[in-house]
Design a protein around this ligand. Structure first.
Ligand code: FAD
Ligand code: SF4
Length: 522
């Protein structure tokens, strides 16, 4: 190893966590290295092809993992500069203030975080401003307090969604505009980076208008000469020094060869599954159960949210182009009849016939796939799954990742679907009246079917932070309790996951940890 391979900070993974941290640390002048197993997403027309993206899975990793029974699964995850934010829907929500405390669910307890909402709040504001989030404060009935307004107004509803909004309001609900990280200027189309297209959620943005971690953080960080990036660099192992309290070597596999790097500080941010796997693969005599895993929690408490995609078919068509603008949180903490949390209702990007073909061989009676796609409102329902130590990531002898997961806390999710069904029955149109709504169909047409285990988009919780080293692997600054120079800033630190999309919380936390690191390095 030459001294050229030594850095002040090494960050492994360039997604929501790693990319944001790099941005925060870049102006410090410290010598920073980003190691990313993927390459840049190629810029090509297929970026916006639903067939290439959804049907052929062109950009998904081809890696196979195993489930608890040893059956292979193909995770819907993406290894690129910017991580999964290159493909995300850019719905950038804060967790609710209450999510940081203990919450009783029908299925058990959602544990408290070691930090409060108030501690993370300044960083939520910083992350919203950094990622150019467009939103309106004061509309979401469960939103926590905020120290500043959004920088930009919310993205407007198209006509069909505005109609739905008005119907839902008449039914007594409080639908609101989704906070979105897309760089749109609705007042001056010629100055707008974003063209409001129908291939945002799940697709990379061909014109760089989505606020993803590469565009917003990694690219600007690399403008600092003290920051460098090595792509196609898969970290396979971390080694510790003599007293086992420091990571001394970062071992990389790159283009079939082995490389070694070292850093005063090493930050792992590979996504919740891969980060846990990396620590487990880094077991040694002093850390026999995996690096920093004296507590035994590394890999455990895997969460991924309980998610369903539900198509509400109506007689009226839905010509919406950008659909992901409306959400409902009225049932987030429960309802008058049900005293437990149910979750969050929002939208996926508009489904088309090609997307429906992926996982939807059957069609609703009397409808073609094309007709269904033209008439559906495509909802995305999220409920909280609870951290069960037996839901865990392990690494098999042959090095393959295994995710063992048993769904829990489903009653609230089923009730959330029933609430949506009830609300939609009350909707109305000038032509068909209350007969317009034709029913709710799961994307693969089995009502009630949830997304399979391969849907790991919201993976989190596998290397939880906490004040007690017996029950957590990381301290409140996301530093490993047992290793003095090791940090984690991806979604693995979550002790519980709430029921809103996770990315903004990961970004805000990375900014928070960034402040801690700047202080430490000073
Ligand atoms: C289709 C889709 C839509 C989504 N929509 C939303 C949304 O609207 N709102 C929201 O909040 N969230 C959304 N998400 C989830 C969001 O993208 C993730 O929560 C977020 O990106 C996770 O951040 P992370 O830093 O934990 O991991 P990632 O962003 O996944 O980053 C991990 C990085 O580590 C790299 N890596 C992995 N292993 C190694 C290794 N061994 N060596 C080197 N590098 C490695 C990966 O290539 C990747 O770049 C969506 C996700 C998907 C897939
Ligand atoms: S142009 Fe706008 S709507 Fe289309 S992918 Fe890019 S950010 Fe998303």
């Amino acid at each position: 190893m030459t001294s050229n391979n030594h850095y002040d900070v090494i960050i492994i993974g360039t997604g929501a966590g790693g990319g944001t941290l790099a941005y925060k640390l870049a102006p410090s002048g410290k010598k920073i290295l980003l190691l990313e197993r993927g390459d840049y997403v190629p810029r090509e027309k297929d970026n916006w092809s639903t067939r290439a993206v959804n049907l052929e899975g062109k950009y998904n990793t081809k890696e196979a993992w195993r489930d608890a029974d040893g059956k292979e699964l193909h995770p819907h995850t993406n290894y690129y500069v910017g991580g999964n934010t290159k493909f995300y829907g850019a719905a950038l929500f804060r967790l609710r203030k209450e999510d940081f405390g203990e919450i009783r669910h029908h299925g058990g307890l959602s544990p408290a975080w070691p930090i409060s909402y108030d501690e993370l709040e300044p960083y939520y504001t910083e992350a919203e401003h950094l990622y150019d989030v467009h939103g309106n404060r004061g509309e979401d009935p469960t939103e926590p307090w905020a120290s500043a307004p959004y920088k930009y107004p919310a993205v407007s509803h198209e006509q069909r969604i505005q109609h739905l909004h008005d119907d839902l309001e008449r039914a007594g609900l409080k639908p609101f505009h989704v906070p979105l990280g897309i760089r749109i200027n609705e007042h001056n189309a010629r100055k707008s980076l974003c063209i409001r297209c129908n291939t945002c959620d799940g697709h990379p943005c061909l014109i760089g208008a989505k606020s993803d971690a590469q565009t917003i953080c990694v690219d600007p960080a690399l403008e600092h000469e003290n920051v460098s990036l090595v792509t196609n660099a898969k970290v396979i192992r971390l080694e510790t020094n003599g007293n086992a309290r420091e990571v001394s070597k970062v071992i990389v596999e790159r283009k079939g060869a082995r490389e070694e790097y070292s850093g005063d500080i090493v930050v792992v941010s590979c996504g919740a599954v891969n980060s846990a796997a990396l620590l487990l693969r880094s077991a040694n005599d002093s850390h026999p159960n995996g690096l920093a895993n004296g507590s035994g929690v590394v890999g455990r408490h895997y969460m991924g949210h309980i998610n369903s995609v539900l198509m509400a078919l109506s007689k009226c068509p839905n010509p919406t182009i950008f659909q992901k603008t409306l959400a409902i949180n009225d049932f987030y903490f429960g309802s008058k009849e049900w005293d437990f949390p149910m979750g969050h209702i929002s939208f996926v990007g508009k489904l088309d016939a090609d997307t429906l073909k992926a996982g939807a061989p059957a069609i609703a009676p009397g409808w073609s796939l094309d007709l269904m796609a033209k008439h559906s409102l495509d909802f995305w329902l999220t409920s909280e799954d609870l951290p069960d130590p037996e839901n865990r990531v392990t690494v098999d002898r042959d090095g393959q990742i295994r995710v063992s997961y048993k769904l829990n806390n489903v009653e609230g999710h089923d009730r959330l679907k029933a609430q949506l069904q009830k609300a939609l029955k009350q909707t109305n149109c000038d032509v068909h009246g209350h007969e317009c709504h034709q029913g709710l169909f799961a994307r693969n047409l089995y009502l009630g079917r949830r997304l399979p285990l391969a849907a790991v988009a919201h993976q989190n919780g596998t290397v939880r932070f906490g004040d007690d080293p017996k029950t957590s692997a990381l301290d409140r600054n996301c530093k490993a309790h047992e290793v003095d120079n090791l940090y984690l800033v991806d979604a693995s630190f979550f002790p519980s996951s709430g029921a809103v999309n996770p990315a903004l919380t990961i970004m805000a936390n990375a900014l928070r940890v960034g402040d801690h690191l700047l202080e430490r390095m000073r």
